[in-house]
Ligand binder design. Structure first.
Ligand SMILES: C[S@@+](CC[C@H](N)C(=O)[O-])C[C@H]1O[C@@H](n2cnc3c(N)ncnc32)[C@H](O)[C@@H]1O
Length: 308
């Protein structure tokens, strides 16, 4: 074990800033202004849920392309090591493979990790089970730490500190996610479909997990504000349009933690809501086949920061 990691293990929370040479006031400031949280939450453990996750969640190609374009400006690629924290079934993890010699996806859920087999096609990508707050890497060894649609579930201050610990100086931390209120477009009825989508999301809102609250965007923005790296950038909306069938759109919304909570509360109501929305979408589009293709508009938000 290196001297630095021995030091890390002896440090009180927040002491890593001092140990890594950022000075006491910098570290204390970060720690006191970190977003408040109690504990990480585990809600991606159920096998049915993770199987649907693998089936319906989309690969964030456009977002990863955008972010890697920014990283390329500052870091020679391929770089040695990227870590995708809260990787789920690896849909985003594999997209990093062309840019790094080694990519490691980490997740706390064994059930999610079992499904990474489907995304194990790249020889330089591997997966590890561990909490986001205790990453199995030595101090200062990682070029990129990312979390895609996952960091709102973590113990945020502890994760940010852990990311700082493992990153190399000059390494990159980037968090991305998207809002629940995705719109769908189809011919000249897109405005009407927007209203139908709102009807789909409204009954789910009371079931948001208290750890996440009413806005994961606000959580990720708070993490950005609390990150003390001087060089950083926040983007509040990056829209991505993708073709998707009506059925897959419904299936995707059903994988959201908030839908799962609603379903746990009343599975019949959840089923009825999905069926009603599917039928309303199809009626508005004047089609009958649920595999009819629509365009889904996803509003991503992200930040990127460079460890000094
Ligand atoms: C919404 S999923 C995102 C998965 C994947 N990154 C994607 O974009 O499809 C969130 C993931 O974070 C994981 N997760 C939640 N809390 C965690 C923690 N404290 N440590 C590690 N993983 C965690 C969950 O198990 C889940 O797989």
């Amino acid at each position: 074990m290196s001297n630095l990691s021995q030091t890390w293990q002896r440090l009180p929370r927040g002491g890593v800033w001092k140990a890594l040479g950022l000075g006491c006031s910098f570290g204390a400031h970060f720690w006191q202004n970190s977003p408040k949280t109690n504990m990480a939450v585990r809600c991606y453990e159920d096998k049915d849920h993770t199987a649907d996750y693998l089936k319906y969640r989309l690969m964030p190609n456009e977002m990863v392309g955008k972010i890697m374009g920014m990283i390329k400006q500052k870091m020679p690629l391929p770089a040695p090591l990227a870590v995708d924290v809260g990787c789920g079934s690896g849909q985003g993890t594999v997209l990093l493979a062309p840019y790094f010699h080694q990519v490691v996806g980490t997740d706390i859920s064994p059930s999610q990790l079992e499904n990474t087999q489907a995304n194990q096609t790249c020889p330089n990508v591997s997966y590890r089970q561990c909490p986001a707050e205790q990453l199995p890497f030595e101090n200062g060894t990682v070029d990129l730490v990312t979390a895609m649609t996952a960091a709102h579930w973590f113990d945020r201050p502890r994760f940010l500190e852990e990311a700082y610990r493992v990153l190399k100086p000059g390494g990159c931390l980037t968090l991305l996610s998207y809002t629940l209120d995705m719109d769908v477009e189809y011919g000249d009825v897109s405005e009407k479909l927007k209203e139908v989508c709102k009807e789909f999301y409204a009954p789910l809102l009371p079931f948001r997990d208290p750890h996440v609250g009413s806005s994961s965007l606000q959580i990720i923005k708070d993490m950005f504000d609390s990150c003390p790296y001087p060089e950083k950038e926040w983007c509040e909306c990056f829209e991505v349009r993708r073709p998707i069938s009506v059925n897959s759109f419904i299936g995707l919304v059903q994988t959201f933690a908030v839908f799962r909570k609603f379903k746990e509360h009343d599975s019949q109501q959840a089923e009825e809501l999905s069926n009603r929305i599917r039928n309303k979408l199809l009626d508005t589009m004047l089609v009958s086949a649920p595999d009819t293709e629509i365009t889904m508009v996803t509003k991503y938000f992200y930040w990127i920061a460079w460890k000094p």
